[in-house]
Design a protein around this ligand. Structure first.
Ligand SMILES: [Fe+2]
Length: 155
C-alpha cells in the first residue's frame, strides 16, 4: 500500500537517510560504550563501569526508536556493521584506552551524535515531520546531557 501521511516520498527518503546516520552513530557509540564498560581499569573502575552500563543501556533502547521511525517513513533501516561503519561519523579505537581517554572519547561520541541529529532535524523540520523532530529533540537532549556529565568527570 502507498504511504499517505502528508510527507512525499522524496522527503521521506531524505529524512530516512539523515536518520540512518543518527542510527549508525548511535550504534557505534553503543558498542564503544559497552566495550569501555568491559575494559575500563583504574581507581575510577566502579564509577565508570556502572556509568557506562547506564549509558549503553539507554543507547540500546534508542537505536530501536530511530530504526523504527525510518521504517514508519517507508524505508529499510540499515542493520549491518558494514553499513554502520560506512554511515557513522564516529570512528572505532584500536586497543584499550586509559580511563581518562575513554571519557574524552565518549564526550566526543555524544557530541558527534548531537551534531548528526541536529543536521537530521533540518530535513525533518522542513518536511513538517513532527514525530521525527520530536525524536531528534529527545536524542539531542540525552546526548548533550550525557556529554556534560562525562565532561564534568574531567574537571
Ligand atoms: Fe556488564
Amino acid at each position: 500500500m502507498n504511504i499517505d501521511i502528508g510527507i512525499d516520498a522524496d522527503k521521506r527518503n531524505e529524512i530516512a537517510a539523515a536518520l540512518a546516520r543518527v542510527l549508525a552513530d548511535s550504534y557505534t557509540l553503543y558498542l564503544k560504550t559497552h566495550n569501555f564498560h568491559w575494559n575500563v581499569t583504574g581507581p575510577m573502575f566502579q564509577t565508570l563501569h556502572l556509568m557506562f552500563e547506564t549509558q549503553y543501556t539507554e543507547l540500546a533502547l534508542a537505536v530501536d526508536l530511530v530504526a523504527e521511525r525510518i521504517r514508519a517513513l517507508g524505508v529499510p533501516a540499515p542493520g549491518t556493521y558494514r553499513q554502520f561503519i560506512e554511515l557513522s561519523a564516529i570512528k572505532e579505537e584500536d586497543g584499550v584506552p586509559k580511563a581518562q581517554d575513554m571519557i574524552r572519547l565518549l564526550v566526543q561520541g555524544h557530541e558527534t551524535v548531537a551534531r548528526t541529529a541536529r543536521e537530521a532535524f533540518k530535513a525533518a523540520d522542513s518536511a513538517n515531520d513532527q514525530p521525527t523532530c520530536d525524536l531528534l529533540t529527545q536524542r539531542m537532549q540525552v546526548h548533550e546531557k550525557t556529554a556534560w556529565m562525562l565532561r564534568s568527570l574531567l574537571e
